[in-house]
Design a protein. Sequence first.
Length: 187
Amino acid sequence: MTKELPPVDILHKILRLDEDTGILWWKERPQGLFLGSSKFCQSHRAARWNSRHAGKRACRVSDQGYLVVCIFWKIYMAHRIVYSLHHGHHPKMQIDHINGIRSDNRPENLRDVNNRVNARNSRLFKSNTSGFHGVTWNKLEQKWKVRINTENKRICLGTFPTKEEAIRARIEAEIKYGYHENHGKGM
């Protein structure tokens, strides 16, 4: 489960979204967003924070290749923030990077989808040896085996003597079951 994002109006106060690139930039923060026992303390903290961060990029790359932002001492996924700033409301489900590139947060590359739809636009795993989702070599039969997931079932599409036939069968099944055209692609 993802963390609850700060309210969209707060995000608009502290971040600027470059709609063309999907990059988030820190805005100058008003002193009311800083804790302190006095106006002087709040003013001092705001001036210190703004001198260090205002006008600079707000994101860093996580170990998984996604961009993340630290807001009020909590880490958030940048793509969820970009979606919220662009649409004016928080996403209800998962954010899918349409082109499969985790760091590409341009608003037109992000869509709010359920887990099933998101999984149908996933990248090819690094451990894949065939170069195609659902296509594996069966050593025992000396043929290419093809499978696909639909709803809550895994369907075996059969075995094929050539890799090309196996890939063709998988592509036809992806079309039939509504997989995204970028499934298995991306960086």
